[in-house]
Design a protein around this ligand. Structure first.
Ligand SMILES: [Zn+2]
Length: 88
């Protein structure tokens, strides 16, 4: 099955983000943040010939992780506001 390799990167960066800035722990917000970030970052699909080294290099790509972090910090308040307007 094909998987967008950028999803793993975004989930890792989000886990790091949450260690400093906790986000809503309801079942929807985390996935919604990941979905919104994946909608703006370029997807990455590996061919069957890709090595695990290439996959690891993608997950550790500093520029992409930085872009993901920027987008995560933009999307977190948007998602929380959308999912829980009563909290604002
Ligand atoms: Zn929530």
């Amino acid at each position: 099955m094909l998987e967008n390799a950028t999803e793993e990167l975004v989930r890792e960066v989000l886990a790091e983000y949450k260690r400093k800035d906790p986000i809503c722990d309801c079942p929807n917000c985390e996935d919604d943040v990941v979905a919104m970030v994946l909608n703006v970052l370029p997807p990455k699909y590996f061919l069957s010939s890709a090595t695990s080294g290439e996959k690891i290099a993608h997950t550790l790509d500093k520029k992409l992780r930085f872009e993901a972090l920027i987008k995560i910090s933009e999307m977190v308040p948007v998602v929380c506001q959308r999912n829980h307007p009563e909290k604002q």
